[in-house]
Design a protein around this ligand. Sequence first.
Ligand code: CA
Length: 292
Amino acid sequence: MTPLTLTSLIMPHANLFSPRSRSATRRIAHILLLAFSFPSFACQPGTTTNLNGQTTPGNQPAALYGYEVVHVFPHDPEAFTQGLVFHDGKLLESTGEEGRSSLRRVELETGKVLQKVDVPEPYFAEGITLLKGKIYQLTWQHEVGFIYDAWTFEKIGKFNYQGEGWGLANDGQSLILSDGSNRIRFLDPDNFQVRKTIAVVDGTTPVQEINELEYVQGEIYANIWHANRIARIDPQTGRIVGWIDLTGLLAPGEVHDEEAVLNGIAYDEKNGRLFVTGKLWPKLFEIRLTQK
Ligand SMILES: [Ca+2]
């Protein structure tokens, strides 16, 4: 067993010392503060421990899932997908990169962009979620998010949060935010205060680089940056209860950019349909999970 140590909290991350990072020192200080703020973080035999110090049985290995493709849809190969949501028969999509960031409404069947607002430089748009008629959109390193009317895309507000913004989802009550580490924060959508924080662990091993998110039937589904798999996370404990292996979804040669990785999960709650895509992918897939 490996206790969750300070070293494991400060896992190397490609973005940590990015030239665009405004203050790597401040971020490390924040991580140190986090580590020492939760003295009960180290695991105990047979348990995993989240940031709130709650423990749950950790002996059950995560279940493994494969997939079947139900439908293949076109996807804009220029879209650097950072957020994906299904709403009222359409997809909402957030795309990243400076100067190419946007919020879009997309026709599922054709991939056609029906509505779009650009996110101006220097912002790099990240995850989105829709809650009570509002779309919330993160930015990567500017510690600001934008709020839009879900129908008109009119920008109706903004909000601040600490650290990087990667993935966003909601459970009907809180905004659920990932920041590239293994922590996931739950924010009050009215005042953006942190309601709770969980640490994502597979058994007792922290799982870093949690990216795009989707809340699916009481679990958090999460892309892991540069991985062909989706984690199914218990939102109470942070424990990974399952892994979905999506290896082979795209054929070799369908994408050429090394950053064209699996990212984007959307759930059609009414019809139980699960959609996945990736950054710069030419296709979007409806998939059905299979037991491995
Ligand atoms: Ca999503």
